[in-house]
Design a binder for this molecule. Structure first.
Ligand code: C5P
Length: 318
């Protein structure tokens, strides 16, 4: 009798990329291209998106499936940033865009934590490995910036100063680990809507954003001092997010009552990030939010976290 031969699984690559908080987000007046000049400090947090890229038959095209706590909120078509990343890399390198993508979401959706951007960064790295296109990290960062202002950062991870639209990155020195709690709302906020609300509040005027204004924050990072970091957190978009979601003021108040070293809207919101003294304190802040019924879910994570990296190459790629 011939032995039964199981078909070998198709080659696949799994890549993990982090979500982020903006420790500081300084926004200048809107430019003619519709974008705002930023001076921001990104910190990657240990909430991760996993993207698996699996080989499919030639001509099969791109397909996408998603799982995770908020998977139902994610588009499954060519508008998805992970799908767009695969298309862009294929176009850039001249390989056929044939791949099955699977995303496991671990970052809040439309929460101001760049979960979709992390998917795009992870998809770039995963498809580059699967297709053996050998694109350098700096070229991947360039492609990432074409996909969105927040996409280059999850490629790099850790902590970085972002200028331009947020896509020009310089790594920042940090020491130790910081402990965050996140109050997540079921309904996300659209980033363009928050920027538009910001324009209304400022009348489209104001000084250019200046990274030098964050020198106290940078010192706190270098010293690994969470108390100084908590005092230096800053978000120019917070008021705009509060105008659209007045209820977030209560989430911020409850974090202060729970002794947070600092609390702010994360990026364009509606997630609120609060800095704890320790892992246990971050859990206590999260528990207080839950007890007071001010958020739909609560998440905790340490930071900084690593950038996009392969976590599981399939057998044929080892
Ligand atoms: O770059 P990205 O596609 O993520 O930007 C989404 C939207 O967010 C832009 O269309 C723009 O409305 C707003 N945005 C901005 N200024 C930035 C980044 C984003 O106004 N620096």
């Amino acid at each position: 009798m011939r032995p039964h031969l199981a078909a070998a699984p198709p080659p696949s690559v799994r890549v993990r990329a982090p979500g982020k908080v903006n420790l500081s987000l300084r926004v200048g007046p809107v430019q003619e291209d519709g974008f705002h000049p930023l001076a921001t400090i990104f910190q990657a947090v240990a909430l991760f998106e996993d993207v698996t890229a699996t080989q499919v038959a030639p001509g099969a095209g791109v397909s996408l499936t998603v799982d995770g706590p908020q998977a139902g909120l994610v588009p499954l078509d060519a508008t998805n940033l992970a799908w767009r990343a695969a298309d862009l890399l294929a176009q850039h390198t001249g390989v056929p865009a044939d791949v099955a993508l699977h995303v496991t979401k671990g970052v809040p959706v439309a929460g101001g934590m760049a979960g979709g951007s992390a998917d795009a960064a992870a998809a770039l790295v995963a498809c580059d490995a699967l297709w053996d296109t050998g694109v350098s990290r700096s070229e991947l960062a360039m492609l990432a910036a074409e996909l969105g202002s927040d996409v280059p950062f999850p490629l790099m991870g850790h902590t970085a100063v972002g200028t331009g639209r947020g896509q020009l990155l310089t790594p920042a020195m940090t020491r130790g680990e910081f402990h965050w709690a996140f109050a997540v709302q079921a309904e996300g906020l659209s980033t363009p809507r928050v920027f538009a609300a910001y324009d209304e509040l400022t009348g489209g005027t104001g000084p250019a954003p200046d990274p030098a204004m964050d020198s106290a924050l940078m010192s706190a990072l270098r010293a690994g001092d969470p108390i100084a970091l908590g005092a230096a957190l800053h978000n120019d978009l917070q008021e705009a997010a509060l105008t659209l979601r007045p209820h977030l003021a209560e989430v911020l108040d409850v974090a202060q009552e729970a002794g947070a070293l600092g609390a702010m809207v994360s990026g364009s919101g509606p997630t609120v990030a609060a800095l704890g003294r320790s892992r246990r304190h971050a859990l206590a802040i999260a528990a207080t939010w839950t007890a007071r019924g001010v958020s739909d879910s609560v998440w905790c994570a340490t930071a900084p976290a690593h950038g996009a990296r392969v976590v599981a190459p399939g057998p044929a790629l080892r």
